[in-house]
Ligand binder design. Sequence first.
Ligand code: SF4
Ligand code: SF4
Ligand code: SF4
Ligand code: FES
Length: 567
Amino acid sequence: MTTITLTIDGKEVKGEQGDTILEVCKRNGIDVPTLCHFDGLAERGLCRMCLVEAKGERGFVPACTTEARDGMEVTTENEKLTALRRANLELLFSEKNHFCMFCEMSGDCELQNLAYRYGMDHVRYDYSWPKLPVDATRKYFLFDQNRCILCRRCVRACEELAGHGVLGLKDRGPKTLVCADLDYTFGESTCVSCGTCLQVCPTGALVDKKSAYLGREIHFDRTKSACTFCSVGCGIEILTRDGLPVRIEGDWEAEPSHGILCVAGRFEPLYETRKRIKHPMARCGSSLVEVSWEEALSLTAEAIKGVGGPSAVTGIISPRATNEAASAFKRLFDENAHSTTPPNTTAGNGKLSDIEEGDWIFIAGADLDEEFRVVSSFVKRAVNRGAKAAVLGSAGKRVDKKAAKILAEDDVADLEKLIAESERPVFVWGPATHPTVVKYLQGLKNKIKQIGLAAGANNRGLEKAGINPLCESSTREALYLLIADDVMSCEIEEKARKAKTLIIQSSYVNEIAERADVVFPSPPWFERSGTYTNTEGRLCRLNRACKPPKGALSDEEIVDAVRRLLR
Ligand code: SF4
Ligand code: SF4
Ligand code: SF4
Ligand code: FES
């Protein structure tokens, strides 16, 4: 990379050839005001807030779209620029209906912050007071056109980052509005509620319903963690206030998805309706009564001893459990430790980021729309930049629509031809891949990039810990279930109903927990810490965002304490 030298605001600074003026400013800690710019999105030069003076250039130039040149002399702040920026802000305010005192974003709004920065104490232009709609048809967020400044960050984020391409613009001039699909409400549109647009919106136009009016950024604590709701393991930031989670945001820095989440990771966890289990409980006649941790642990140890020790107990653990809990579970139940899920895909030799590089992306055995939604973003982004997708069977309706070829789920002959034609094939395959295709892929080994998608968030971690997949024979009369905050499948419920002795670690009340002999509270996702191994084999760190109830033990502490009592 060739280094260039510029003078910005009278100071000599360095940049790299190809940098925009804004990039050089950022590298050197010079704060240029922006609104339509967002790191990672293509520059459009729409808002004109970043105008700067560059010697030799005609008029003012937008810093975000003007390439920096060696020897350039740039001024980012002076009276003329302040006047221009203030006038620009006044126009933005007069164009729509901004009532900051009632707005959810007040205090965190980039437009409002710039108005303060440039001393905009009044607006010299006539207000337009347009009559604009608020679209609250989506469960998790609303869109208020009154506060939209048409920066199009949302439009670009939906297309370039999330890959869904739902948003666009309608009409022209002062009538221009952001719209979903061909001007449907969000509720009727093809929007998948991934929430990426919310996270890039600089104003109060796109608002998260759950955290609305619960506080400003200064009131929230942020904890970086990983999503525990599928095996992609996206990086998240959990925003909490007064010990409760209020919002989940994508972590732009974190592998593998760099801020892109899906509805299951961003919104659904905050709408949990199941009742928490906060204390250990033990059976007393026909009901469960609250007991101390010591009592619950010794009752569990006695029950296990009573049936002949851990070798007489089937241990079943959910892939929501951490690697640490899985290791403790394996130590306790050894060969009798089983996962709640059947045998899995192998991890393959590829990373999800390889999808970005492929010229043909092949998908088999997974509904990316429903089960691995962020993987659908990777695939759609690849197609948006010119790659082709081929689906064996179906990868979900939305992904199928993007596919150049749909093959039968076991059509190895055509698959082989397409792979031979492609230069950088990437194969993404899930747990339902047809056995003929699995065999073919195993034969290919490292000849192409393969990404195996695991069912269950930490299934790779469970595999690594030596936990066996669920199988028919994994049933004894005594059952120890570490279900964490997972939902129980019918198969597990059936096994639990048949058990004569039942110990359960669960975050929430459920019918099976109510039948148990001993119940331990398991920390839900926001109180859990430890590690997960994602579908690629990457270690993801979970950090506790909220304090657990006093005296509560982690999943692995419970299992280890039981094991110690059995010695
Ligand atoms: S979007 Fe920003 S400027 Fe507009 S009303 Fe809300 S806080 Fe005020
Ligand atoms: S909704 Fe937000 S991000 Fe989208 S154009 Fe309007 S202000 Fe910009
Ligand atoms: S929620 Fe996601 S899919 Fe829906 S419009 Fe926003 S970015 Fe696009
Ligand atoms: S940030 Fe440069 S024009 Fe908007």
